[in-house]
Design a binder for this molecule. Structure first.
Ligand code: FES
Length: 227
């Protein structure tokens, strides 16, 4: 490590470490020697695998963020939550009763919402989580789907909720129902499904399956992509 890199003190899972300033929490953990097997995925803020809580020195508040996005600060106390054991109701999309509000049937705890907004404050994506829970209560599934669209399923909302609502699972259910039954059907998708069913891609698939790994890598590099 070059001598002019400023080091900061962080506490990871209760242990003190010196790490270079400016790293994300995830990189600070790796610099400290943690080999992340759980609690890491895309490293880009999309997969929601790296939910983390932290506290700043002299501040009683517990903050939450994604470890791959938040910057480590001097004196930070950090703990990761690589998996949130929240209850996900079992459901099969095609078997849901579409004449009732499936959210209330599967997640009746949304009625316990006390509108404290803790879920919204916990969300690293800055989603209006409480607003979509209120929309769920009103049965406005499309609004829930829209407001929760950028959810990465990290579970931090559920971890902080005093009413023990599992917001992120509620949002996922609404997005599935909205996508299957309420959103306008995309014509290009219907065309592509028809092409798949007609076997238009069989020959191309067959060619790919016969390629060696090197040939596949080359073909991947030369693929047609939208720039
Ligand atoms: S590693 Fe995927 S969101 Fe952080």
């Amino acid at each position: 490590m070059s001598a002019d890199v400023e080091m900061i003190q962080v506490y990871i899972m209760g242990r003190p470490y010196k790490v270079p300033q400016g790293l994300t929490i995830m990189k600070a953990m790796e610099h400290a020697g943690y080999r992340l097997i759980r609690g890491v995925g895309c490293r880009g803020g999309f997969c929601g695998a790296c939910a983390t809580v932290y506290r700043r020195p002299g501040d009683y508040k517990l903050y939450a963020d994604l470890a791959c996005q938040a910057t480590a600060e001097d004196g930070m106390y950090i703990a990761q939550i690589p998996s949130v054991p929240a209850d996900r109701a079992p459901w099969v999309l095609t078997e849901l009763d579409r004449n009732t509000n499936p959210i209330l049937a599967l997640y009746p705890e949304v009625a316990r919402c006390v509108a404290c907004n803790t879920c919204t404050r916990a969300c690293p994506q800055e989603l209006e989580v409480m607003d979509y829970i209120q929309a769920a209560l009103r049965g406005d599934i499309s609004q829930v789907a829209e407001l929760s669209f950028d959810c990465v399923q990290c579970g931090l909302c559920a971890v902080r909720c005093p009413a023990e609502i599992v917001h992120y699972h509620v949002g996922q259910l609404a997005r599935r129902v909205h996508g299957a039954y309420r959103a306008p059907q995309a014509a290009h998708l219907a065309d592509r499904v028809r092409e798949v069913e007609d076997g238009s891609f069989e020959q191309a698939l067959d060619t790919l399956q016969k390629m060696s790994k090197d040939e596949l890598v080359e073909a991947y590099k030369k693929r047609d992509v939208e720039r």
